[in-house]
Design a protein around this ligand. Structure first.
Ligand code: GLC
Length: 422
């Protein structure tokens, strides 16, 4: 791949324009606050040209961490009436106001990357506070979100998975009673085409789950034990395992022997626990309902995070590569968020088909580490082509390459600067 200085400049301008002073909005209009995993990826985008600003992005994120250790999925540093559900709806009672749920824990992996880019000195001045924040967040996951005791992560709201309307959640959502949801005004469909967004009956259920959490006073024990949505998410499970491995490296460097021991145990637990998500019929890791134990049976982009987490025996890895080959024959660009032809596949509708570069990036990183450099390169070059031909969109059609959702998107710009544009 050759560098494209014009697109480098454009990507940098997007980050600068979306910077609201210490934190970056995913895109103006549609998402006007700080989002958890977006900020982590955005830090990777700032790193090549402004390391200080990269660290700062992570520091403003952990400023929203709750006393119980949860790092929220949205931090409302300042209000914006153009978004629903805003701070009043969540009623977190925290300062700053936040949502009451979390998002995929990529943070520790990104802290490690920034720290290593600057030489990995144990006494790096920005490291210790972020390390502590990650440790508290991981402990929160193990305490509240591991109902089966096997190191896998349960999401209690589909928004936590970051793959908001993935068809993996359809059956669980269908069981949710949304009849008592009050009247509300969606804002997302005022910013982008409704054909690219979740449908109304789905959105009602998202709100119903939120209202359950709020009514419990955001009691994370109660939500975990008796909430209406209890899904062992393949994406969050793989990401936490990877993040625990990265946090362990930092614990060792910092001489935190107690935490290192704890992390090794969690890693071992998740390594053997992950087989619970393996679906031999489809030959991939799939999410599974914590209440009904039903596997989604769907191959999504998150299925391939097995490489990133470093799991899978030879047979499982070979079957994942088979699935990748099959998907690559059915689409023009890799890596779609849902296998073409699956139920509810729609190349324009959000997480039911479109390509999301942050997931592609993690998958490519894992593939390269596990000896599949050819596939890693294919995913990176497809990702670069999407940006070169269509712009810095939120997501892209795997069939036509066209952008969907918001434009001038921060994490897409960051992925150009940190990965596929290099
Ligand atoms: C959407 C995405 C989620 C992302 C957020 C902000 O909700 O599904 O993953 O964090 O937008 O970009």
């Amino acid at each position: 791949m050759t560098r494209n200085p014009q697109l480098d400049m454009k990507a940098r301008e997007i980050l600068e324009r979306n910077d609201l002073g210490g934190y970056t909005v995913p895109t103006h209009g549609l998402y006007p606050f700080q989002w958890n995993w977006d900020s982590a990826f955005v830090a990777l985008g700032f790193a090549p040209f402004d390391m200080d600003r990269a660290w700062q992005e992570l520091e403003t994120l952990v400023a929203g961490q709750w006393a119980d250790g949860m790092i929220p999925h949205i931090i409302f540093h300042r209000d914006d009436a153009g978004y629903f559900p805003g701070p009043d709806m969540w009623a977190s009672g925290t300062t700053p106001p936040t949502s009451g749920i979390t998002q995929p824990p990529v943070l520790a992996s990104i802290v490690r990357q920034l720290w290593e880019q600057e030489g990995a000195a144990p006494d790096h001045p920005r490291l210790a506070p972020l390390y502590q924040a990650c440790l508290r967040s991981h402990r929160w996951f193990h305490r509240f979100r591991d109902p089966l005791g096997n190191g896998l992560v349960m999401a209690t709201h589909n928004w936590e998975t970051g793959r908001d309307n993935s068809s993996e959640w359809d059956d669980a959502l269908a069981r949710i009673d949304a009849s008592r949801v009050g009247a509300y005004q969606r804002r997302d469909t005022g910013h982008v085409d409704a054909a690219m967004r979740p449908r109304q009956h789905e959105y009602d259920r998202y709100v119903a789950i939120l209202e359950f959490g709020r009514a419990s006073g955001w009691d994370h024990r109660r939500i975990a034990d008796s909430g209406p949505f209890r899904m062992i998410d393949v994406g969050m499970s793989m990401i936490l395992l990877r993040a625990n491995r990265d946090l362990l490296v930092m614990a060792e460097a910092l001489g935190d022997a107690a935490a290192a021991g704890e992390l090794r145990q969690q890693i071992a637990r998740a390594e053997s626990g992950m087989d619970w998500l393996w679906n031999e019929e489809v030959g991939a890791y799939c999410s599974r309902d914590a209440t009904t134990h039903e596997s989604s049976g769907l191959v999504t982009n998150a299925s391939f995070l097995g490489f990133y987490a470093g799991v899978g025996n030879r047979h499982q890895q070979a079957r994942l590569i088979d699935a990748l080959e099959r998907i690559s024959r059915g689409t023009a660009y890799l890596l779609p968020s849902l296998e073409t032809g699956s139920r509810a596949y729609d190349h324009r509708r959000y997480w039911r088909g479109p390509i999301w570069l942050v997931v592609s990036y993690m998958v490519a990183q894992g593939l390269a580490e596990q000896g599949h450099a050819d596939w890693a390169l294919r995913i990176a070059s497809d990702s670069a082509k999407l940006i070169e031909q269509f712009g810095f969109f939120e997501s892209f059609s795997p069939e036509t390459g066209e952008g969907s959702g918001g434009a001038d998107f921060s994490w897409t710009a960051a992925m150009w600067l940190a990965w596929c544009g290099r």
